[in-house]
Write a protein that binds this ligand. Structure first.
Ligand SMILES: NC(=O)c1ccc[n+]([C@@H]2O[C@H](COP(=O)([O-])OP(=O)(O)OC[C@H]3O[C@@H](n4cnc5c(N)ncnc54)[C@H](OP(=O)(O)O)[C@@H]3O)[C@@H](O)[C@H]2O)c1
Length: 248
């Protein structure tokens, strides 16, 4: 085992499946999240050669735990996956919650990407997990979809800058993925028709294929999501937001 990967938000959902798959592919994993018992369960499943860090990435102290880890150890792959959302009408949700969405989905991503890329070497890779909503402003998830537009744009610029030194940056755009994301973020009605929903395993497979190819700055997972995002880019912004809001 000579490659190392750090995955944030690895205690469940997409990050958990990704960490398990990367461990199976020969990476030594450092898993990051807040829930220690979930992280312990992951390490007990993938083996004692893997490790975890308990860190709340909403806090500077938590972000610094990860920043220190990348300063102390070289990681061939770094995955900014942890993310949250606030579902509901903008003014009906506290501003503190909206700011937390910004802090985790944008500020933590920027600070951790900066720390990682400063010491990254030729051949290394950074994956920032964005969303298909990066291309489709979503009423009732307005701050969340805006943070993902930020992550995709940011990742594209980093892809361009970093490829000159042999470091690959990917903005990964999942569509609806069957995890507890809705439930974890206070919504039980995020369900979509099954043809629109991928399993985290399918998403991870697509992400790792794209990581192997190291070509695209933005990776949209799955044919349905590729079609939706393509059509969204052909339509007017007004038309897209009306459709997403249910009036188009
Ligand atoms: N599921 C979808 O449909 C979907 C679609 C598009 C994009 N995405 C994106 O994919 C990523 C993963 O989503 P998911 O579906 O796997 O969500 P999830 O099942 O809710 O998992 C989120 C992960 O992030 C961690 N996390 C949350 N707050 C954190 C904090 N303050 N500090 C550190 N870690 C924190 C959670 O661990 P702890 O609670 O233990 O901290 C958990 O491991 C997110 O960036 C999300 O925006 C998801």
């Amino acid at each position: 085992m000579n490659k190392k990967a750090l995955v944030t938000g690895a205690s469940e959902g997409i990050g958990y499946v990704l960490a398990k798959r990367l461990a199976n592919d020969g990476y030594a994993i450092t898993a990051v999240a807040r829930n220690e018992s979930h992280l312990q369960r992951l390490v007990s499943e993938i083996g004692p050669e893997h490790s975890y860090l308990v860190a709340d990435l909403l806090t500077e102290a938590g972000q610094n735990v990860v920043i220190k880890a990348v300063a102390d150890k070289h990681f061939d792959l770094f995955v900014n996956n942890a993310g949250i959302a606030a579902l509901g009408k903008f003014t009906e949700i506290s501003v503190e919650r909206h700011v937390n969405v910004l802090r985790l989905n944008c500020e933590a991503v920027v600070r951790l990407a900066h720390a990682y890329l400063k010491s990254a070497k030729d051949g290394d890779a950074l994956i920032n997990v964005s969303s298909a909503l990066a291309f489709m402003p979503m009423p009732a998830l307005g701050v969340y979809s805006a943070t993902k537009a930020f992550v995709t744009s940011f990742s594209e610029s980093l892809w361009y800058e970093q490829r000159q030194r042999g470091v690959y940056v990917m903005g990964l755009c999942p569509g609806m993925t069957s995890t507890n994301f809705g439930k974890n973020n206070g919504a039980n009605d995020l369900a979509a028709p099954s043809f629109m929903t991928q399993t985290p395993e399918e998403l991870v497979e697509n992400a790792l294929c794209a990581l192997k190819a190291r070509k695209k700055p933005t990776v949209i997972s799955g044919l349905v999501n590729k079609i939706f995002t393509f059509v969204a880019r052909l339509r007017t912004r007004k038309g897209v937001v009306a459709t997403m809001g249910g009036r188009g």
